[in-house]
Ligand binder design. Structure first.
Ligand SMILES: C[S@@+](CC[C@H](N)C(=O)[O-])C[C@H]1O[C@@H](n2cnc3c(N)ncnc32)[C@H](O)[C@@H]1O
Length: 239
């Protein structure tokens, strides 16, 4: 079985490089987000996070740190982690609450450079959907490892939908190794180049099977994306 595994790994490495390069270029050119506004879905859980009196929040896949100013009001320590260095450089310029210490870390979600159970909460906005089924399982396992029992995870991921099915028929090539629905694509389309997975409700429930889901909503974030696509916003608690 060695040979197919090797082939799969080589293909995976190429996809990984493509996705990583594409984000680094996006943040370097500064054309990815038109505004510095925090992700609008975060506002729905801000009060819950505030009430939890968090000590350390990890923003995993923080990009250029648009969510860090808001998160810095919710805990005394924040770490923003991403594998795109150009995003982390931009993050350093963000205005944050002076009472909060903000750290940045370059790294991969599949191998978080943190110890077990160190964080009270993690935020993961539009990150996990840049992976195959195997990646997504690794990402969730890592986030579970670094959160303390009872810790909170807010994640937003792209949802499978009819407009996406049409879009993928035109711009995507199916590459999924998902054991569930297989909605993983390699997109070669301008700003969206890279790996994308679109989650069904069933998949969210499966991936978060070991967690307690506190909230789960399928939302359009119209202020964020001009196209009619939806996202799953999930607040889950580590058991
Ligand atoms: C759509 S951006 C979202 C950035 C940020 N969360 C936000 O809300 O603006 C996706 C981010 O995920 C990062 N990313 C994707 N896969 C990653 C991985 N395996 N490890 C670390 N970062 C990753 C990309 O570099 C990029 O910054």
């Amino acid at each position: 079985m060695g040979e197919p595994d090797q082939r799969h790994k080589a293909a995976g490495d190429r996809l990984y490089d493509l996705s990583a390069r594409s984000w680094d270029e996006k943040f370097r050119s500064g054309d990815h987000y038109a505004t510095d506004r925090p992700f609008e879905g975060l506002f729905a859980v801000v009060e819950e996070l505030r009430k939890a009196r968090l000590g350390l929040i990890l923003d995993i896949g923080c990009g250029d740190g648009r969510n860090i100013p808001l998160l810095s009001q919710l805990a005394p320590r924040i770490v923003g982690l991403d594998r795109a260095e150009s995003g982390l450089l931009r993050l350093r310029e963000k205005p944050t609450d002076p009472r909060c210490s903000v750290f940045v870390a370059k790294g991969d979600i599949a191998r978080l450079p943190f110890g077990d159970a160190v964080a009270d909460a993690a935020v993961n906005v539009w990150v996990m959907n840049h992976g195959t089924d195997a990646d997504i399982r690794a990402y969730i396992a890592e986030m579970r490892r670094v959160l303390r029992p009872g810790g909170l995870l807010f994640a937003s991921v792209s949802a499978w939908s009819f407009p996406i099915a049409v879009g993928m028929a035109v711009f995507g090539r199916r590459i999924g190794d998902s054991s569930l629905d297989g909605h993983t694509y390699l997109i070669r389309f301008r700003s969206e180049e890279g790996v994308h997975h679109f989650f069904t409700r069933r998949e969210i429930l499966d991936y978060f099977g070991e967690w307690r889901i506190l909230r789960m909503a399928r939302r359009r974030h119209r202020a964020e994306t001009p196209v009619k696509i939806a996202f799953w916003d999930v607040l889950a608690q580590r058991r």
